[in-house]
Design a protein around this ligand. Structure first.
Ligand SMILES: Nc1nc2c(c(=O)[nH]1)N[C@H]1C(S)=C(S)[C@@H](COP(=O)(O)OP(=O)(O)OC[C@H]3O[C@@H](n4cnc5c(=O)[nH]c(N)nc54)[C@H](O)[C@@H]3O)O[C@H]1N2
Ligand SMILES: Nc1nc2c(c(=O)[nH]1)N[C@H]1C(S)=C(S)[C@@H](COP(=O)(O)OP(=O)(O)OC[C@H]3O[C@@H](n4cnc5c(=O)[nH]c(N)nc54)[C@H](O)[C@@H]3O)O[C@H]1N2
Ligand SMILES: [Mo]
Length: 725
């Protein structure tokens, strides 16, 4: 018998809200939630100058449990001053993500000296001097220094850090995208010459069909559910493509709508459950069927695409046997969906990690793009491509140049500003940086937020590699496992202000290319936290001095925004945003006409070979629970999926029977990099041949198998075996 799941949203979400409000005081929380700052959680984005809980179309109230969760977490208590004395670094490395998250806000800087067993408090100025010394020591080999950013930080801090790194001499500048949506950026750029969503929020109201592929917005982007429910209510259709039957994608109770709150809104009209990694085959199959039926929009393809004939030839050459076997979807289901998308007026294709976390992540995205092109569903109102992005500012961090390679035109302008010449080598992606750590090539690793260590596949390997780095610096709001398993020989943790506590305004970019202004505010608690930008400027000043460029000038966010406005194409309105309070959409990214910023102005179609794999052995997908935000765990159980705690593996009833295992039984899960004991088997609505475990805990048993083009590890295709304990 499969475990009982509950629909998404509704009572669960409201009860949780009340509980959280009581933890920090309802009025205090309300004020924070309504403050003029961009929401801290996902890239769908809300808040900003229009006030909290407001979206870019001005709609209020936009309700999201996640937003509240993150807000409360930043308001609750500081880390005790004797916290680090109580356990060794090694012991804390075995704590759960939730225990470390619950320990409190980091309010004072600490250092882990070489060979030491405990972090000790350190004076701010001494910490900065030590960091500067470490950077100066490798000044003649600047490629031994690396900077990483999570998508949680501001454009301002990100811009100062990436340009400081290059003025110093390193292009090892990378953000969390390499483990996230890099495949989307690579593929969209190949096709359209622009790497982000081709639609805006309003397009969602004009679509009559939306694909939700390899994404679980019920937990990870809950405000998208309002759009999907509205689409169904006006007679539209939602096709979900996901090996796991996500209860929240079947029915979702929208907390802010009375009828939906009580009776629930139906979300999926069609639910396809492919093999893990079966999406390329599935989308080639849908295209093949559309071609067979003579439903390809020849006119559009001829006028607005290049090389589409090759894509059609390839689809024709793939056998139905291969397509059905590799996708795990029947020909009848493919036929139905082909009919649906060919007949729909306007389709939006949205996707997330189920598509990008594969060794063929780029092909997955290209195959989706090909279907959009064949059916003329891009380059007009209500239709297009929509990667559902992760962190609240992951897109902004990339836009302002926090990546290993800058466009030449941007490099030239930056060199003029900083009066220095930038390095020309291509920097590491995230995985190759960890490999470089393993080879002992990294002396200085600076992390602007995030949890780089725990995000990695093969965690024992990654952790051992990171321990070879000379000095590692973390700018963090809260503790996470990474601080204890991903330390270098010397490690410094510096406490930072969250965006709604910053003394100056900051900016963030949503997945709809919408740039928001956050006005900042008072710190939630007493402590020695500093603004991220302040720290980077102080470090740059110590390392590079005031000549030829005075880095302390960039302590003013207005100055930084003026630079970004001058240098980054499409960002000119940023220069005055603090005075005008005018948030804006970055131009030339949303396509409402079929003209694209490629050389020819047409979309470039690309053939996507069917990835070959055996469909008989078990593949593990690693997923997020309802109670976590990446490596930050707020609740141990996963309420919608009915999974009681994090040490569980979800398997189908047939697989459990085949392996003679029972629901609730303790098992061993054996992966390519290691095994996990005492895992509880949960029988549930997942397709045969696919099993699911939570990230980051499951990262101990996964090998990377990265995609060549995006360098993203295949977090959703890990071969495993399951045995009774
Ligand atoms: N509450 C909350 N919100 C978040 C986050 C969070 O951790 N918690 N994280 C943020 C970040 S950084 C990101 S990137 C996003 C992540 O958002 P999502 O991508 O939605 O999150 P995941 O849980 O990684 O995986 C999504 C879905 O992919 C399905 N899937 C797995 N493998 C495959 C496959 O091969 N094919 C298909 N079609 N589906 C597959 C899984 O069953 C799961 O439902 O959310 C952001 N928002
Ligand atoms: N197996 C597996 N591995 C995965 C994934 C998966 O689905 N499966 N998902 C991947 C994905 S999509 C991503 S994005 C990465 C996650 O990559 P990261 O972004 O590196 O990790 P997070 O867990 O989001 O980082 C959490 C930490 O960020 C810090 N933080 C929070 N807010 C702020 C702030 O305002 N400023 C600063 N300076 N710090 C802040 C806190 O200290 C918190 O503990 O993991 C990847 N790894
Ligand atoms: Mo992500």
């Amino acid at each position: 018998m499969a475990r009982k799941t509950v629909p998404g949203g509704g009572y669960q979400a409201v009860a949780y809200t009340v509980k959280k409000a009581l933890e920090v005081g309802p009025l205090k929380l309300w004020k924070r939630m309504r403050s003029k700052n961009a929401c801290k959680t996902c890239a769908l984005g809300m808040g900003g100058v229009k006030g909290g809980m407001v979206n870019e179309a001005g709609h209020f109230p936009e309700v999201c449990k996640k937003s509240l969760q993150a807000q409360v977490a930043d308001m609750k208590g500081a880390l005790p001053i004797d916290f680090y004395d109580k356990h060794t670094v090694e012991e804390y490395g075995k704590f759960s993500s939730k225990q470390l998250e619950d320990a409190g806000r980091i309010t004072y800087p600490v250092v882990l000296e070489p060979g030491a067993t405990h972090y000790k408090p350190i004076d701010w100025e001494v910490a900065l001097d030590r960091m500067a010394e470490a950077m100066k020591a490798c000044r003649s080999n600047p490629e031994r220094a690396v900077v990483y950013a999570s998508g949680r930080s501001s454009n301002e801090a990100g811009f100062i850090l990436q340009s400081f790194a290059r003025a110093y001499g390193t292009n090892h500048v990378m953000n969390c995208s390499y483990y996230c949506h890099q495949a989307s950026g690579v593929a969209l750029n190949m096709v359209f010459g622009s790497g982000t969503a081709t639609v805006d929020l309003e397009d969602l109201s004009d679509a009559d069909l939306v694909f939700v592929i390899g994404a679980n917005p019920a937990s990870n982007h809950p405000r998208l559910m309002t759009q999907l429910a509205a689409l169904r209510a006006r007679g539209g259709a939602v096709v979900v493509v996901n090996p796991l039957r996500e209860s929240g994608l079947d029915t979702f109770h929208i907390p802010s709508q009375i009828k939906s709150y009580f009776f629930g809104s139906k979300i999926a009209s069609t639910y396809l459950q492919p093999h893990a990694g079966g999406d390329t085959a599935l989308f080639v199959g849908i295209l093949k069927r559309i071609e067979e039926k003579g439903l390809v929009n020849r006119d559009f393809v001829l006028k607005h695409t290049l090389d589409f004939e090759k894509v059609l030839e390839h689809a024709k050459s793939c056998s139905w046997d291969d397509i059905v076997r590799l996708s795990g979807i029947t020909k009848k289901e493919i036929d139905d969906v082909a009919e649906l998308v060919a007949r729909a007026k306007s389709t939006i294709f949205s996707w997330a990690m189920g598509i990008t976390h594969h060794a063929w992540g780029v092909d997955n995205v290209l195959a989706i793009c090909n279907l959009a092109l064949a059916t003329a569903n891009v380059g007009r109102q209500g239709a297009g491509l929509m990667p559902i992005r992760g962190h609240s500012n992951v897109q902004g961090i990339g836009s302002i140049g926090f990546s290993p390679k800058l466009k030449e035109s941007i490099t030239k302008k930056l060199e003029d500003v900083y009066k220095s010449s930038f390095p020309t080598f291509t920097g590491h992606d995230t995985l190759s940086m960890i490999e470089a750590c393993e080879r002992g090539e990294i002396d200085f690793l600076f992390c602007l937020g995030g949890n780089l260590a725990a995000s990695n596949p093969d965690l024992d390997w990654a952790s051992a590699a990171m321990k070879k780095a000379g000095m590692t610096v973390y700018l963090s709001t809260k503790l996470n496992v990474g601080h204890f398993i991903g330390h270098g020989k010397t490690t410094i943790i510096l406490p930072v202000l969250a965006r709604d506590e910053e003394p100056q305004a900051t900016t963030q970019e949503s997945m709809f290319n919408y740039v928001r202004l956050s006005e900042g505010g008072e710190p939630n608690m007493k402590g020695l936290m500093r603004a991220e930008s302040d720290i980077v400027c102080d470090l740059a000043n110590r390392v590079l001095g005031q000549e030829p460029f005075n880095w302390l000038r960039l302590k003013s966010h207005d100055e930084v925004r003026k630079l970004i406005a001058e240098i980054i194409p499409g960002w000119s309105e940023l220069g005055t945003i603090n005075e005008t309070k005018k948030e804006f959409i970055i131009p030339n990214r949303v396509f409402h006409t079929p003209e694209f910023p490629t050389e020819s102005g047409k979309a470039n179609a690309h053939v996507t070979p069917l990835p070959q794999y055996d469909t008989d052995s078990l593949k593990m997908i690693t997923i997020r629970s309802e109670g976590q935000f990446n490596s930050v765990v707020y609740e141990e159980h996963d309420v919608y999926r009915g999974i009681p705690h994090r040490n569980c593996v979800l398997v189908s009833e047939n697989d459990a029977n085949r392996l003679s295992l029972k629901d609730g039984q303790k098992v061993k899960v054996i992966g390519e990099a290691g095994s996990l004991d005492n895992i509880e088997l949960v029988v549930g609505g997942i397709r045969d041949g696919v099993v699911a475990m939570f990230y980051p805990e499951s990262n101990y048993i996964i090998k990377a198998r990265p995609d060549e083009r995006s360098r993203t590890p295949s977090f959703k295709f890990a071969p495993v075996k399951i045995e009774a304990m």
